[in-house]
Design a protein around this ligand. Sequence first.
Ligand code: BJW
Ligand code: ZN
Length: 251
Amino acid sequence: MNDDIAEIAAGAQRVAVLTGAGISAESNVPTFREVQTGLWERFSAQDLATPEAFEANPALVWTWYRWRQSLIQQVEPNPGHTALAQWQQQLRQEGGELSITTQNVDDLHERAGAEVLGHLHGSIFAHRCLDCGDPVELPDPAYDGFEAPPEPEEPPQCATCGGHIRPGVVWFGEMLPMEAFDAATAAIRSADVVVVAGTSGIVQPAASLPLLALERGTPLIEINPEETEISEAMDFCLRGPSGVMLPALVP
Ligand code: BJW
Ligand code: ZN
């Protein structure tokens, strides 16, 4: 680890972290855009991750998300998640704060013991009615294995209005949850250092959030084995997996 980065991390009282799919990659949750392993290599975002897709083929979309939900439930947080949870706890004990804003719909930060400020793209476990918005609790999907989604089955219907139940994720063309977005904006604006881990920086408006750090000259650190759309704006790039780089970064 470069001395400057270690010094910045050790001196920071307020840390704002933005995570993406890459932080869960070492837990065996597939990312979206990586060559060969990315979900969008095998599946069509257009046909699965838009409101129009759900309207056109609710069974296909529903079953795909239930399959991904079951996949997430079969894996565990990795050392990257744990390092962030530890750093958060450490800073809180010292009167500081580490906020985690994630684009991920999984619950691995929480399962590692961290508190998440906001899930910018929702949660795959928070089902709700498409029509009336009522939240709905469902039993876990009984799918086994990682290989492929099972035969499509129709989504359940809302007990209140009969509408289709949908996953609580943010599809393309949908607005992000305002509360999470505003909280992330405030956290980044007031941070001593901003850490961006495991995101390609392609999807807006999430990808532009860390760039708010530029307004005040706050140090920006990227953790990613690959160069990304937002690497150029970074002060430091740690080129490696977050499961290795994050534990090394925590003071
Ligand atoms: C590792 C690692 C390891 C691997 N350690 N790292 C043109 C310009 C600007 C915007 C747009 C535009 N055209 C369309 C838009 C808008 C659109 C958008 O941004 N599209 C882009 C594709 C261009 N955005 C939206 O639609 C958003 N809403 C919006 O804009 O609302 C306003 C509006 C409303 C109405 C009309 C018009 C505007 C909503 C975006 C919702 C995104 N949803 C998804 C799916 C969620 C549900 C689900 O899970 O299925 O969110 S898409 C998918 O991408 C998911 C992710 O959260 C998101 C970001 O992906 P992420 O996390 O960066 O993953 P990858 O795979 O891209 O990258 C992984 C990275 O990890 C890589 O860099 C690896 O190298 C790295 N890595 N191993 C560390 N071990
Ligand atoms: Zn309803």
